[in-house]
Design a protein around this ligand. Structure first.
Ligand code: GAL
Length: 427
């Protein structure tokens, strides 16, 4: 008995030494740079990224991290810089890219990404990430090309409960209610009904309007070619979107998404439709309490539907420090990293073994988002790369800009139809 337990102890000690020996050998072997490319330069997003970097540095003290974040919400500027670098033979070690068409229609299709299946297998992630999400980062042959750090929701409407009470309005359940009742009441009281920001945030708003007007099937049909972009229903999206824009602040083109969120927090505007990185902004930048300083509802007419997107990181071919990038990616997908990052970022962990049900770590906003994520119908966000190719995205931003000036639904619908045909998603 004694001998056996001594033997067991020795085996355990040897195993531990082996494990630690291996770990420190790995750590010691990693040195040199790790360039991380993203568009997280402010607020909860920057705080989340910095917290990840700090933990990674503890794990790999000899790795020198270069944080090459390029400012600009939803990656409008970063993606242009990335394209130049990738096509010019100067890829970063790892870069942020949305799960879905943004990854697949460009970088995977061009053969520029390394498959990461070995990392998934070594970490047991095939069972830890939702199958539907893995599909969005895989090709038909089963090669997996990036590691999701989160699940964000696009169709969220933000407000301050005490302010709505003061102004005598409630959260509108439909867009008709919003444009016909809520908006005029607020305008009469001198309050901006809908805080709106620069061009890309307008296209963000557009997708929630499209979902409300077309419903799940009609919205999905825009991306698989079964909804005609010039049909009366699609035209009705532009008409309704124009009415929502008319409830917005005149200086919209000059505001970032944070500026627009702040109009709501400050009580200058009643509502804002933005992804739940706004929760990260309210929590981290403005230190507001959920359900007091800010509250949320599904964008009008979209209750029961979760429009998702996921931020992921991949490993480009030709990355100068692939081993460092692999260590970073192995860390990013872990429950530990996801629990460091997401409470600051406003998003849900993508790894299902993370601690999402812990309400101390993930406050009331996250609990509510998680409830919806696990019970709602899921659709993908166009604005944030899930359902339409990158080529559609840039053209669509131009259509949104033109519409913001002329409010011409027929031209917008026709241009969008042409763009859909050109970029291979229907028409
Ligand atoms: C999205 C991204 C979010 C957040 C947002 C605002 O595209 O997925 O993580 O960064 O842009 O910049």
């Amino acid at each position: 008995m004694r001998t056996r337990s001594l033997f067991a102890l020795l085996v355990a000690a040897a195993l531990m030494l082996g494990v630690f020996g291996l770990a420190s050998a790995q750590d010691a072997a990693l040195s040199g740079d790790l360039e991380i490319f993203s568009w997280w330069t402010g607020g909860g997003e920057e705080a989340g990224l910095n917290a990840l970097i700090a933990r990674f540095k503890e794990m790999y003290p000899d790795v020198n991290i270069i944080n090459s974040a390029v400012a600009g919400g939803s990656g409008v500027n970063a993606k242009a810089v990335l394209t130049t670098r990738m096509l010019g033979g100067d890829p970063p070690d790892t870069f942020q890219v949305h799960a879905g068409a943004e990854l697949n229609s460009l970088w995977v299709k061009a053969g520029r990404m390394e498959a990461l299946n070995d990392i998934y297998e070594a970490n047991g992630w095939m069972e830890q990430f939702p199958a539907g999400l893995l599909d969005l980062v895989s090709d038909d042959a089963g090669n997996i090309y990036s590691v999701p750090v989160n699940i964000h929701r696009s169709n969220v409407m933000w407000y301050v409960p005490g302010k709505l009470e003061e102004w005598g309005v409630t959260v509108p359940a439909t867009l008709d209610e919003f444009v016909n009742e809520t908006c005029p009441t607020l305008q009469a009281a001198g309050v901006i009904p809908m805080a709106i920001g620069e061009n890309w945030t307008q296209s963000h708003l557009w997708e929630s309007v499209a979902l409300a007007v077309l419903g799940v099937e009609g919205y999905n049909g825009l991306w698989d070619g079964t909804t005609n972009w010039t049909s009366p229903e699609a035209l009705a999206v532009w008409d309704m979107y124009g009415k929502v824009l008319d409830c917005g602040n005149e200086d919209m083109n000059a505001l970032t998404w944070q500026d627009a969120s702040k109009l709501v927090a400050d009580g200058a505007a009643a509502f804002n439709i933005m992804g739940d990185w706004a929760a990260g902004y309210f929590l981290v930048d403005l230190a507001l309490t959920p359900n007091e300083g800010f509250a949320w509802a599904a964008a009008p007419g979209t209750d029961g539907v979760f429009m998702m997107l996921s931020d992921t990181f991949g490993l480009p071919k030709g990355a100068p420090h692939p081993e460092n990038a692999r260590a970073w990616l192995s860390f990013l997908g872990s429950a530990e990293a996801q629990d460091i990052f997401n409470p600051l970022k406003g998003s849900l962990p993508a790894n299902t073994t993370a601690d999402i049900t812990n309400a101390e770590k993930y406050n009331a906003y996250f609990q509510s988002a998680y409830e919806d994520w696990t019970s709602n119908v899921i659709v993908g966000s166009q604005r944030h790369g899930a359902v339409a190719p990158a080529a559609f995205d840039s053209g669509f931003l131009n259509i949104i800009a033109q519409f913001q000036g002329d409010r011409d639904s027929t031209t917008a619908a026709a241009n969008a139809a042409a763009l859909a045909i050109q970029t291979g998603i229907g028409g």
